[in-house]
Design a protein around this ligand. Structure first.
Ligand SMILES: Nc1ncnc2c1ncn2[C@@H]1O[C@H](COP(=O)(O)OP(=O)(O)OP(=O)(O)O)[C@@H](O)[C@H]1O
Length: 359
C-alpha cells in the first residue's frame, strides 16, 4: 500500500493539450476514480502514473519516491484494461503466471501465487482452460488475477467493465470492490460512467478538457457540485437560470422569467462563487429533492404547473412539469400514491435547502 501524488502534472502531445495542472494526492489504500467524458484526459493521467507517458511538467510521487521518469516495469503496478489484453493462445494459468515468470520466480512459488490469485477472483479450477473458452466476465477476472498476482502496490483499472453486459458489469463491479477492500491496495479507476464511479469510489476526480473540475467524495460531488458541468454530469439535475432578487438574512431569492420566485440558503452557494443582486444566477435542483404539495397549499417555494410527462417506473414516479416556459423534472419514490397523468395540474414544493446556487 502506498500513496500517489501528482504534483502540478501537465502533458502536451505536440501542441495538443492532454491534461493541465493535475494536482492530487491519492491516499494509501484509497479507491480513487478519474471520471469524465471521452477525451477529458483520464487515460493520459493513468498512463503517466503507469509510466507509459512522461509528463511535460510536474512530478509524480509514489510515497516518498519520485517516479516521474521511472520505466513502467520498475513501478510495481498491476493494470487491467478495457479489452482484457490477455494472450488468447495461452491457458488461464499461463496468462496469470506471465508476470511472475518475467520476474524469474521459482516454479513452486509461481504455482502457489497463481492458485491464490485465481481463488481470489473465484476462478479456482479454471487454470487449464483456454482464454477463448471463457465468458467476458471470466476473462476480465483473469485479467484482474494477472494484475494482482505480482502483489502490486498500486492497481490501475482503465474502464475494466465497459466490454461487459449490464448484469455482468454489476457483478464484476461488486467483485472488484470486494477485492480492493480485502487487499487494501491503492486503486485508481478510470471510467466515464458516473453511476459506477459513485458506487465504487472513496473519492472521485471529475475532469473536463484535461482540467480538474472537482475532487471529492461521491456525496460531496453530488450534493455540492463546484460548477454546472459537475452538476449536470453527475446524476440528474434541473438547471435553471434566474435573476437574484434579494440576498438577506442568509437567504437568497431568485426570480425566473416565467414569473415565479424561489428562495434558497446562502450556505448552498458553490465554492468561489459570489452572487450579486440584480445579476443572473444558475441554480441546480435535484429531481428527488422536490416534493408534491397539497393542491390548496400556497406559499414560498410552491409552484404549480401542468404535467408534460408522467412515467411510472415501479420504484419511482417521474414527472416533467411545465411551469410557464420552464420545465421541472421531479422524482417521487413510489409509495402507492396517485399517479398524475399528462395535462393534469401538479403542485410542487421545493425545499429551500435543495436549491443549489452555481453562480
Ligand atoms: N498519443 C496521443 N497523441 C496526441 N494526442 C493525444 C494522445 N493521447 C491522447 N491525446 C489527446 O489528449 C486528450 C486526452 O485524451 P485521453 O485519451 O486521456 O482522454 P480520455 O478521457 O481517456 O478519453 P476516453 O474516455 O475516450 O479514453 C484528447 O484531446 C486526446 O485527443
Amino acid at each position: 500500500m502506498i500513496s500517489v501524488k501528482l504534483d502540478h502534472v501537465s502533458k502536451m502531445f505536440g501542441t495538443v493539450k492532454g491534461v493541465e495542472d493535475i494536482d492530487i494526492h491519492i491516499r494509501s489504500g484509497e479507491f480513487f476514480t478519474f471520471l469524465g467524458p471521452s477525451g477529458c484526459g483520464k487515460t493520459t493521467t493513468l498512463r503517466m502514473i503507469a509510466g507509459f507517458y512522461y509528463p511535460t511538467e510536474g512530478r509524480i510521487m509514489f510515497g516518498e519516491q519520485d517516479v516521474t521518469y521511472l520505466p513502467p516495469n520498475k513501478r510495481n503496478i498491476g493494470m487491467v484494461f478495457q479489452n482484457y489484453a490477455l494472450f488468447p493462445h495461452l491457458t488461464v494459468f499461463e496468462n496469470v503466471a506471465f508476470g511472475l515468470q518475467v520476474r524469474k520466480q521459482s516454479k513452486q512459488e509461481i504455482k502457489e501465487k497463481v492458485d491464490r490469485a485465481l481463488k481470489l477472483v473465484h476462478l479456482d479450477g479454471y487454470g487449464n482452460r483456454r482464454i477463448d473458452q471463457l465468458s467476458g466476465g471470466q476473462q476480465q477476472r483473469v485479467a484482474l488475477a494477472r494484475a494482482l498476482v505480482i502483489e502490486p502496490q498500486i492497481l490501475l483499472l482503465d474502464e475494466p467493465l465497459s466490454n461487459l453486459d449490464a448484469k455482468l458489469r454489476e457483478e464484476t463491479r461488486v467483485e472488484i470492490k470486494r477485492l480492493q477492500l480485502e487487499l487494501g491496495v491503492t486503486t485508481i479507476y478510470v471510467t466515464h460512467d458516473q453511476a459506477e464511479a459513485m458506487a465504487m469510489s472513496d473519492r472521485i476526480m471529475v475532469m473536463k478538457n484535461g482540467v480538474i473540475q472537482q475532487v471529492g467524495t461521491p456525496q460531496e460531488i453530488y450534493n455540492r457540485p463546484n460548477n454546472e458541468f459537475v452538476a449536470s454530469f453527475i446524476g440528474e439535475s434541473n438547471l435553471l437560470e434566474g435573476i437574484v432578487e434579494e440576498i438577506h438574512d442568509q437567504q437568497i431569492r431568485v426570480r425566473f422569467s416565467s414569473d415565479w420566485v424561489l428562495t434558497g440558503l446562502q450556505e448552498n452557494v458553490a465554492p468561489k462563487t459570489t452572487l450579486t443582486k440584480g445579476e443572473k444566477v444558475k441554480i441546480s435542483i435535484r429531481p428527488e429533492s422536490i416534493r408534491e404539495a397539497k393542491t390548496e397549499e400556497n406559499g414560498e417555494n410552491i409552484v404549480r404547473g401542468k404535467v408534460a410527462l408522467s412515467e411510472f417506473t415501479g420504484v419511482s414516479v417521474n414527472y416533467i412539469t411545465q411551469i410557464g416556459e420552464l420545465q421541472l423534472k421531479s422524482m417521487f419514490i413510489n409509495l402507492g400514491n396517485r399517479v398524475y397523468q399528462r395535462g393534469e395540474e401538479l403542485a410542487l414544493s421545493i425545499p429551500k435547502e435543495s436549491v443549489y446556487f452555481l453562480g
